[in-house]
Design a protein around this ligand. Structure first.
Ligand SMILES: CC(C)(COP(=O)(O)OP(=O)(O)OC[C@H]1O[C@@H](n2cnc3c(N)ncnc32)[C@H](O)[C@@H]1OP(=O)(O)O)[C@@H](O)C(=O)NCCC(=O)NCCS
Length: 128
């Protein structure tokens, strides 16, 4: 699983790929990982809040609703586990991801200047 995740991550984030070891470490540190043939999502729960760590979809399979379906699935699971709010960070210039999160009902709640190699990050949240 971790090798496939690293392979897909490399396709999604060619400038900053994570290794199979990175994914193993995330899992060992308590993160949840959902992976399908063309997408993955990594998140973690802290009491009644959760954070989406990363999400990616195979470039050839985008705009087919895969990312929104994955977020929908984890939202349902998180709600059942008593989670009240989901947070995430996204680079200010990552339009597809910002649009995705907005379309799923996430709202901007803050920013982190120069977070990603000099690019600001915005902090988004959704109450579930
Ligand atoms: C962001 C990403 C995960 C979206 O995956 P996806 O499976 O294509 O997204 P979906 O098909 O579920 O899109 C749902 C909605 O999000 C918005 N959206 C997604 N990609 C978009 C784009 N390129 N431009 C504009 N809106 C977009 C649209 O509203 C879309 O609904 P629509 O297709 O009915 O118009 C994908 O582009 C990706 O892997 N990007 C690289 C990795 C990345 O940046 N991850 C996020 C890190 S924070």
């Amino acid at each position: 699983m971790f090798t496939e995740l690293a392979h897909l991550h490399q396709k999604c984030f060619p400038n900053r790929p994570w290794s199979a070891e990175d994914f193993r470490d995330l899992k060992n540190s308590g993160c949840e990982i959902i992976m399908s043939e063309n997408g993955f999502i990594v998140y973690r729960i802290a009491v009644d809040e959760a954070e989406i760590i990363t999400i990616g979809v195979n470039p050839e399979m985008r705009r087919n609703g895969i990312a929104s379906a994955m977020i929908g699935i984890i939202e349902k699971n998180l709600k059942n586990q008593g989670v009240k709010k989901i947070f995430l960070e996204v680079a200010l210039n990552n339009e597809p991801a910002k649009k995705l999160y907005e379309s799923m009902g996430f709202k901007v709640v803050g920013s982190r200047p120069k977070y990603y190699d000099g690019v600001d990050a915005i902090l988004m949240a959704k109450t579930i």
